[in-house]
Design a protein around this ligand. Sequence first.
Ligand code: COA
Length: 376
Amino acid sequence: MSEAVEVRKGLVGVYADDSSVSKVMPETNSLTYRGYAVQDLCELSNFEEVAYLLWHGELPNAAQLAAFQAEERANRALSPATLRVLREFPRNAHPMDMIRTAISFMGMEDPEVADVSDAAQRRKAMRILAKAPSAVAAANRLSKGLEPIAPDAALPFCENFFNMVFGSVPKPEVIKAFDVSMILYAEHTFNASTFAARVVTSTMADMHGAIVGGIAALKGPLHGGANEAVMHMLSEIPSPDVAEAWLRQRFDHKALVMGFGHRVYKSGDSRVPTMKKYAEIMAEVVGDRRWMNTSAVLARVMLAEKNIHPNLDFPAGPAYFLMGFDIPMFTPIFVCSRITGWAAHVLEQGADNRLIRPLSHYTGREQRSVVPMSAR
Ligand code: COA
């Protein structure tokens, strides 16, 4: 007989550590980074300022931001070896597998890979933040038979990313919508990928390993992969007027509806109204309301029938599509943002570390004797 223990499957409701990086308040559908409401950060700051905030605990002043941006811009270039590795990837590989492998390779090249001191971890985090968009953009272009576009140190973070993907910088409204998505994706307490990164760090393994662990966890459709799954789902629905019938069929098959539900938020995801606002702006900029109109029907019926609200991936998926990104790029873009949150947690875990090692409740066979092969 196995002993009676309380197993919290999926670690539901378990507090695994203290953290001062961000706070989710499901009662009020709100989220703060270092004490600042994400909605306010979206309207009054930009992604680089938020990256600084997550890593330093305070918003930067002008001089601090300039130094941060200069360091980020100086580290964007991929080494010739990384570019060679990217060229060797199978053309049909998923970009999440490409960015996971590229960052793993960058770790092997990084002169400080094994130094897990706080100062070295911060320098490596900056190098990963700067290089990841270059690798995501280069992998995307190579998979389409196009040559990568080198980063441009004259351009800010978001503008540079668009330039590396498309060879041009879009209108300011598009940059703003993208920047907002990057802020909203940056951090979200002990989600699965962040916890994975903290588990890796708790063994005193290096920053690149922790980020690679985070990327592996983020790929799944129950986590970051949902933004791609949302767009695939919306593409299956021919028009908004058949969206309700399509959804009811889904209910009949008891299938998951991607972009809905959340482990922590049960009455609405704090990030959705802001992302929805900017997805609507994208629909206006592009002049295509199909995705937002279909989304509105799905959200209405899901709430009325299942009492389940959309999560951030629901408006982010169509927003990225309207910006012109290929669907398999959506989760790698999430990676480029969440590197900031993962790294903030790696630094926090490292500053007061204890190996993360829970217990398992054994339900297998009682102890027994090994019968020699000749007698089996
Ligand atoms: N579509 C249909 N039903 C859903 C649903 C969805 N997206 N999300 C939750 N539910 C249902 C569950 O089937 C369950 O029903 P039941 O009680 O009849 O079994 C109930 O709502 C509670 O959900 P549960 O699976 O316990 O929630 P969880 O906290 O374990 O899972 C998610 C949270 C995010 C994994 C889950 O909502 C999901 O798979 N969503 C779709 C993927 C997604 O958008 N992920 C991105 C998250 S930010």
